[in-house]
Each structure stands twice: as structure tokens, then as C-alpha cells.
Design a protein around this ligand. Structure first.
Ligand code: NI
Length: 523
């Protein structure tokens, strides 16, 4: 108790001495100015909505598949097919294929595309906004992203940039179970849709960028810690460089430059000396455009320069004109016979609404009166095929009569639609070898008959058309029955919900129809 009082007195005395010694303030004195650190803390930029209601609805399509036997669910967004987007799209699909291959190897089950059960909710095909920011365990457990039962692999995506000709997509692959995540990798890929070049996020940066940026990160962190040194920061050791290289692979362009995310655990000798602890959480940092510009490749520089520009990439083609890999996703070809009729335009409206394609086996006798609707089919990407001139039983005709039925119809349909006709469907499905020889075209039949001509109740027709198809099926309907036209949209919606892609017969056969033979479904 007795020692406290003298100590206080001594401190007071010292204060008096110091005050007495202080020099008079100089009127022209200002504290020394240090430029702020170039790199600074930032928020992770929000992804761009790739959905049908978002700004990229008319420039992106999507692929989604789910295979419970193999244990995989995947979705990626794709660019419209042009020579300049081929490499980007192939790279995106390669993520999906690699995830499938890994699951095939792990499960011992071979992969074939399968449709899901009725009511599976598979109609959303695109990147779901913000999904890549969710935890791996959550994604594996979510039926919208993860494999069935939460064990297997999930491939998911977000669009991170769209400016000028540039688009960027982040693809994440998560494997394991919600309780034991085995792998979790993310790759961001950028495309220049004008030149066809692609670059992963780390490849936006030139050689030496990691060292230079690492020094800036150390400088920013030491200034945050109160350091006033002007000494250049050290680019750091191998561990530090590895952390910065990992950060470069997260590069996303923003209005002011780039944003990178430095993984948790970043430190350096200089920071340790200042008592700065390693970051416990990933650190989001903004790299301003002027600094970034000195460290990037020409591709990266062009992307920086496109800041603020609206996206100028190609617009999507109609559904029937797209490249679809029916060995990867479950496809179904919906076909309509005996038209066109006054009901056909309504079916085309529904196809447009559901961004889907169909094939119309039209009769030659109807062609002249349906020139507009046949031309519209071609414009909107649908396939027109031959259903004879006036619907005879072909096996009862001579070869010359069969040829006339087919060739006159082909000429009339080609004139009206403007597309090449290179398949036919024999009325009533009746044909024999001499009919095939005389027709000179492959006969496209069906494996799912909705019997719509019997005018079943709407719900019966919908159930037949939605529940019976499997991957590769050809569904028979007729665009001359009111009920068929009335439930067209409901059927498309039901098939999409099962995960089907609705394709033309040509797409079902991989883009090229067989030269001959009779086909009930895709091989
Ligand atoms: Ni018919």
C-alpha cells in the first residue's frame, strides 16, 4: 500500500518536465504523407443472374443432368455455338464429363443419360445465382445440386463476368458426402467471344504477377497494422507465393479493376515481425485497374479495358438449331403428324415458350395452304419431315406410286419450309422393304404412342406423353386434334421437369439422320 503514492508523484513530475521541454509548434509543419496501399480489402463481387429472368437469358443456355445410379448431378451454363465459343463450351462440358468419369470409376456403374421421375423439378438448367458461394456440405445435401442421397459429386456454376465480348463462369466440383467432403475445387474460366480465346483466372496474369502482387498484399497488411515504412515489401517465400497464386486463380473483374481472394493462413516474415496474425478467413482484396494493368496478359488487359461495357456476345439459336449431346443429357423427340393445321401455330407458340424443339411430319397436300407456318417452323429451329402426300397405306401402292407420294411431298415441303426434307414417316407406321427402297429416305417411327387420335381426357394424354418416354424416345402425336394442341405446353413442361431436353429427330440422332432403315427410337 505504501509504495503507490510515491510512484504517482514521480510520473506527475516527469510529465511536468516533458511539457517544459516541448518545442514551439511550427506553423508550416504537416504530418508526413504516405500513399495509401495499392491493394485494399473489398467485398466479394456478386455473381450475375444466369437464369431465364436475368440479363443473360438470351445469350446463355444450360445443361443439367442427374444420374442417381452413378451418383452425380451437374449443371453448367453454355454459350451459343459459334466457332468462337467452341473451346469455352467444350471446357465447361469437360468438367461435367470428368465428374461423371470419376463417379463411374468409383461406382462401377456405367453412364447413360436417364430421365428423372415425374415431378423431379429438373426444368431449371442454368447456373443458380450465388450457388458457388454455398458450403460444400450444404450443396451435397441439397437435392437441387447434390447427388441422390448426398453421396457422390455435384457440379455447379455461377456467371462472374459479362462485359464487352467477355464472359466468365465459375465452375465448382464437390464430391463426397455432406458429413465427409472429399474434394472441392473451383475453376473460373473466361472467354473472349470475339476471338475465341479462353483463359483461366490465373492466366489473366503475366509471369511475375504473383511476386509483385504478393509484395502489394504484404504492404497493405503492414500498413493496416500501422507500419509507416517506405521500404518495398518482400515478395515472400514459396508458401507466400503459392498463396498468392491461389488468389490469382480467383480473379474476378469489377468496375474498378480485379478482385482476388487470398486463402486463409497468409503471412510473411515482415508481417510476423509486426505481430500481424495470419488471416483466419479468406481475405478478399481489390487490385485497382492501374496496378492490375501492369501485371496482366494482353487478354487480361482487354478484359480490364472492357469495364462498364454491356455484354456483346452472340445470342442463343433456337432450341432445334443447337448442338445437343444426347449421350450426355436425356433427350426426347416430340413429333406431330398429319398437319399442318390451324392448330399448329398454337403448338409452335408453346414450343417457343418452353424453349424447346419438335419435328413435324407434314403432308404434302397441306403444304401449299400452310406456307407461313412451315416457314415459321424452319425459322424457329424445328424439323419438317415427310408424311406422304395424302396419307395412303404405302405397302398397298406400287413402287412408282410410293416414290411419287414421297418425292412430290418433299418438293412441296422444301418449297414451303425452305429446309431440306430427309426423312419420312409412313402413315399408320405401315411399311415393308420395297416401301423403304422406293421412298429412298429413312423411316422415322416412334416408341411412345400417345393415341391422341382417340381423343382421351387431357390428363390421360398428358400422362402418356410425359410418363412413358425414356432417353432416346420418339413420341407420336398429331397437330390436328384440339386436345393435343390444348395440352402441348403441359406436356413440354412435364418432360422438362423430368430433365429431358426436347430435341428434333435430327438432334436425337446426333445431328445427322441415318441414311436409310426404319427407326423407332435413337440407337
Ligand atoms: Ni398420319
Amino acid at each position: 500500500m505504501t509504495s503507490r503514492r510515491p510512484a504517482v508523484l514521480m510520473l506527475a513530475a516527469a510529465a511536468v518536465v516533458l511539457t517544459a521541454c516541448a518545442p514551439a509548434a511550427r506553423a508550416d509543419w504537416a504530418p508526413p504523407a504516405w500513399e495509401p496501399a495499392a491493394v485494399h480489402a473489398a467485398e466479394a463481387p456478386a455473381a450475375i443472374d444466369a437464369g431465364p429472368a436475368g440479363p443473360l437469358a438470351t445469350v446463355l443456355t444450360g445443361v443439367r443432368l442427374r444420374n442417381d445410379a452413378v451418383g452425380v448431378q451437374a449443371r453448367v451454363s453454355l454459350l451459343p455455338d459459334t466457332p468462337q465459343t467452341a473451346v469455352f463450351n467444350a471446357a465447361m462440358l469437360q468438367h461435367v464429363r470428368a465428374a461423371i468419369d470419376a463417379r463411374v470409376a468409383a461406382s462401377g456403374v456405367s453412364y447413360t443419360p436417364v430421365a428423372a421421375a415425374v415431378g423431379s423439378g429438373m426444368s431449371s438448367r442454368r447456373c443458380e445465382l450465388g450457388s458457388t458461394a454455398r458450403s460444400a456440405a450444404e450443396l451435397l445435401a441439397d437435392p437441387a445440386f447434390g447427388p441422390s442421397g448426398g453421396a457422390g459429386s455435384a457440379v455447379l456454376c455461377d456467371i462472374v463476368a459479362a462485359r464487352g465480348p467477355f464472359i466468365g463462369e465459375s465452375v465448382r466440383v464437390v464430391s463426397g458426402t455432406p458429413d465427409a467432403v472429399a474434394a472441392d475445387t473451383t475453376m473460373i474460366l473466361y472467354a473472349d467471344t470475339a476471338t475465341g480465346e479462353i483463359a483461366t483466372a490465373d492466366a489473366l496474369w503475366a509471369d511475375g504477377a504473383a511476386a509483385a502482387l504478393g509484395a502489394h498484399v504484404v504492404d497493405a497488411l503492414r500498413r493496416d497494422a500501422g507500419s509507416l515504412t517506405r521500404r518495398p515489401a518482400s515478395p515472400g517465400d514459396e508458401a507466400q507465393l503459392a498463396a498468392v497464386r491461389a488468389a490469382l486463380s480467383t480473379t474476378i473483374p469489377v468496375a474498378e479493376g480485379f478482385v482476388v481472394t487470398v486463402p486463409a493462413g497468409f503471412t510473411s516474415p515482415e508481417l510476423s515481425a509486426l505481430g500481424v496474425p495470419a488471416n483466419a478467413e479468406p481475405m478478399v482484396l481489390a487490385v485497382p485497374a492501374d496496378l492490375a494493368a501492369s501485371l496482366v496478359t494482353p487478354f487480361g488487359a482487354r478484359m480490364l479495358a472492357a469495364a462498364g461495357q454491356p455484354y456483346t456476345g452472340p445470342a442463343v439459336a433456337p432450341a432445334g438449331a443447337r448442338a445437343v449431346d444426347c449421350a450426355l443429357v436425356p433427350c426426347v423427340a416430340v413429333t406431330y403428324d398429319d398437319g399442318p393445321s390451324g392448330l399448329t401455330a398454337g403448338i409452335l407458340d408453346e414450343l417457343a415458350r418452353y424453349d424447346s424443339a419438335a419435328t413435324f411430319f407434314a403432308m404434302g397436300a397441306n403444304a401449299h395452304g400452310a406456307r407461313d407456318v412451315l416457314a415459321r417452323m424452319t425459322r424457329e429451329g424445328h424439323e419438317v419431315a415427310n408424311h406422304t402426300w395424302n396419307h395412303p397405306q404405302l405397302p398397298k401402292l406400287t413402287s412408282a406410286q410410293v416414290s411419287a407420294q414421297i418425292n412430290d411431298t418433299t418438293r412441296a415441303l422444301e418449297a414451303a419450309s425452305g429446309q431440306r426434307i430427309d426423312s419420312f414417316r409412313p402413315p399408320y407406321g405401315e411399311f415393308n422393304a420395297s416401301v423403304l427402297a422406293a421412298a429412298g429416305l429413312p423411316a422415322i417411327l416412334w416408341d411412345v404412342d400417345t393415341l391422341d387420335w382417340q381423343k382421351p381426357p387431357d390428363e390421360t394424354l398428358v400422362a402418356r406423353a410425359v410418363e412413358q418416354p425414356r432417353a432416346g424416345s420418339i413420341v407420336l402425336m398429331h397437330d390436328v386434334h384440339a386436345g393435343t394442341a390444348r395440352v402441348a405446353g403441359t406436356i413440354f413442361q412435364g418432360l422438362l421437369d423430368r430433365g429431358f431436353t426436347l430435341v428434333t429427330v435430327r438432334q436425337l440422332f446426333g445431328g445427322e439422320l441415318p441414311a436409310s432403315g426404319a427407326w423407332r427410337r435413337a440407337p
